[in-house]
Structures are given as structure tokens and as C-alpha cells.
Write a protein that binds this ligand. Sequence first.
Ligand code: F6P
Length: 320
Amino acid sequence: MQRIGVLTSGGDAPGMNAAIRAVVRKAIYHGMEVIGIKRGFAGFIEGDMEPMQVGSVADIIQRGGTILRTARSEEFTTRAGRARAYANVERFGLQGLVVIGGDGSFEGARRFHEEYGLPVVCIPGTIDNDIPGTDMTIGFDTAVNNAVDAINKIRDTATSHERLFIVEVMGRNTGFIALEAGLAGGAESILLPELPFSVEEVCDRLMRGYRRGKLHSVIVVAEGAASGLEIGRQIKQITGFDTKVTVLGHLQRGGTPTAQDRILGSRLGALAVELLRKGHRQLAVGVRNGRVGGFALEQFLQGKKMIDLEAYRLAGILSI
Ligand code: F6P
């Protein structure tokens, strides 16, 4: 294999740059050429692509976001859009493709491979960590640390004013960020879309803590479970506590990637190139039990990844 393309698609995730860097440098190390595709599948369709050199990825390992930029392309979900992208595969002489993104990007890559046979390796990059088939996605660790950092800061002001704070975190329709940030941030309650909850029970817990002398509380709400504003309104109505709501939003997706995300991006990027070199035609790379590996792409597209119930129970016990 002589020439491959690389793109990032869907929501950006810290550590994507480390993965791009690894793809480019590992490929060049083996004498291959790399074409960088801008703005995900949108740039693929438009032919917004250019050759990358060793220097193209200099000084990016510590930067959040993605230097290739990203997009969510509606057009690539259509046959006509994918046909336009394939014309660019021929124009640029691509013999393989590395797709870095989330489940929507993986699905696009799978369809493209099935229709045109272009070898493809997918790398899981999303802060949500919601991709089955891998224990960890690139960007998740940084997002959790960003959320914990915010919770720490909120606690300072919450204690000073003896307030209750609701912190809404991202995760789309999953609670992976909420659970880890809540456990690490010592949240009094964690509301997840995967598990039923009752606002009355949350209030009971708050009242118990209050009676025991607690001066402040932090409740972490996954965006997929409920709106933080609405939960705040209901709790205030029931308890009468001075309640404030912070929606962390896109803050969680930015900033310098943690060492863990840089290492994961580097390892998965290099492995993706290695697998293409070995002639694999449709795989995803991921991490299982601490080891990176290549796996059937379908395993990353089927089923639903479950949150760690033990961690959830532990968070409840420790925040009594
Ligand atoms: O998938 C990553 C993510 O940040 C989700 O957690 C969030 O729901 C969504 O993307 C936000 O999307 P956008 O950046 O398009 O508003």
C-alpha cells in the first residue's frame, strides 16, 4: 500500500491530533504517502485534500481539537455523496483510508467500504466513550478531567455560599462522562440516562446530608438524562435550597489532551497504519483490558456499551 488518506469526523476530541500525527509519521516511516482530508467526509466529497509531510504534524501533539478540522456530513449519508467522495479516491490515488471519529463516522466508513471496497481502519475518537468494542475512546479522559476541574472550582464557591450546584455534562445519550466525573468529583448524586432516577430520592439524600451538617452539594447530570436547568428547578421547588445550575457544554471538549489521550491517540494511529500495511480491509482499532488491538468493525457498531454499575454504586456509597 503506497498512499492512504486520513480524516477526522464528528465532534472533535482532544487527542485526535496525536492520532493524526501517528498516522502521518508511521506511514512516512514505512515509505508511504498520506493525504490529509479536511473537514471529515464533507472535505472528502469536495476534494478538500492535500499531501501531508512529517512537518505537517509538528507541534500538534499537545493541542486539542483537530488540525484537519471536522464536520458532520449529511451528504455522505447519501449514495450520491459517497460517489462524489469515491471520485476523489481515484483522483488522489488513495489505496486505504483511516477514519478518526465516533459511531456515525464508523457507519459512514463501513458503507463506503462495502460500496467501493476501499480498505478502511477506524479509530474511536469521541469524548462520549460510547463506542462498543473498545474500553476507551480518544478524548474521553481529557473531557472527564475537564469536568472534574470544573466541579472542583464550583465546589469552592458552593462551599462559600452554602449552595447546591447542578452540573450538567455532555455525553449525548450516555452517562460515561457523568459517572467518572461524578465519582472523581465526589458528587452527592449522579443522574445517568442508563439508570432510572427520581428527583424526590435525590432531594431525600440532600436533606439527609443537610441535617448532618453538609454545607454544600454538587449533583452531576448527564445531558442525556435530563436538563440540568429543569432538575435544578424541581429540586429548588422541593427543598427550597439556594440552587445554581452550570452547563459545562463545549468546555469539556477543548484544551490540551491528557497524557493518556495523547498516548492512546499515538498508539491507535500507528496501529491503524500497521493494519492497512498488513492488508486488512475493514477493521477498527481499540483498547481492551489495557491492550490496543484491531477488531472487526461490526463489533464497534453493534449493541450498546453499558456503564460500570459497580462504579455507580460506589459513588453512591461514598457520597453519603
Ligand atoms: O459527541 C460529542 C458531543 O460533544 C456530545 O457529547 C454532545 O452531545 C455533542 O457532541 C454536541 O454536538 P455539537 O458540537 O454538534 O453541538
